[in-house]
Write a protein that binds this ligand. Sequence first.
Ligand code: PT1
Length: 279
Amino acid sequence: MIERSERSWLKADQAQIMGILNITPDSFSDGGLFLSAENAAEQARRMEQEGASIIDIGGESTRPGALPVTAEQELERVIPAIRAIREHSQIPISIDTSKPEVMREAVKAGASLVNDVYGLRTPGALEAAVELEVPVCIMHMQGEPRTMQANPRYSNVVEDVYRFLSERVQAAVNAGIAKDKIIVDPGFGFGKTVEQNMALLYGLARFRDLGCPVLIGVSRKSTLGAILDRPVDKRLAGSLAAAVLARIQGADIIRVHDVAETVDALKVLAAMKAIGEYT
Ligand code: PT1
């Protein structure tokens, strides 16, 4: 019999929450909000208090239709923010970039994880990640943000994405990245239709066969908007439902805007699962 006062199940089986910090004037749901380093650090502090275990900083929007920015622009946005967070907090910072020079400068400034939506395919990116010796998140994307939603095509979306991730993990290991430093992400919303995104969520457990932690980002994305017929600022309930589903289907790390709400939603799931294991 479990001690009722203990509440040990409250901590059991917690997914990790990656809190999103966009330092971009044009991000899809919070563009321009955290442009100053002080605002960014304050938002990071709030997300840490709410239960995020990683802060993901990005200086280039990768939402559908977004245009690339230069390395200089990206560096101007993210480096002061990383430094400002590091003044007050030791929370792991992830740098959301595909550019080797941004990876290098960000890690120098205090980032400790590279999150690359191009899966280290940019020339020099794989080499930079090897040299930096930090964990990397390898994500699948079909095409590039500007055009990726035009006509996404797969023969079987789960198996096609699985094969891509398997090849990129192998390329990373061959280049000298330790397997236990690699995280995989099927890239929800990156060159996929609504149905293809939902197929990835349904089939998420398949990616566990890669032998790496699985990360997914569903927060406020247009697939939820299409299912619910809701604008980006009315997708919290849908995002929480999708986060819980992602966890049930095997996600280890969930990338979200709304940290406190997601932590609550996942606590309810963890409590149910823990009781299931005890009884
Ligand atoms: C993600 C992710 C990311 N998403 C990782 N990094 C974004 N590892 C940025 C839409 O359809 O899922 N995993 N970095 C944001 N990208 C999108 C994509 C934002 C699609 C919005 C949409 O609305």
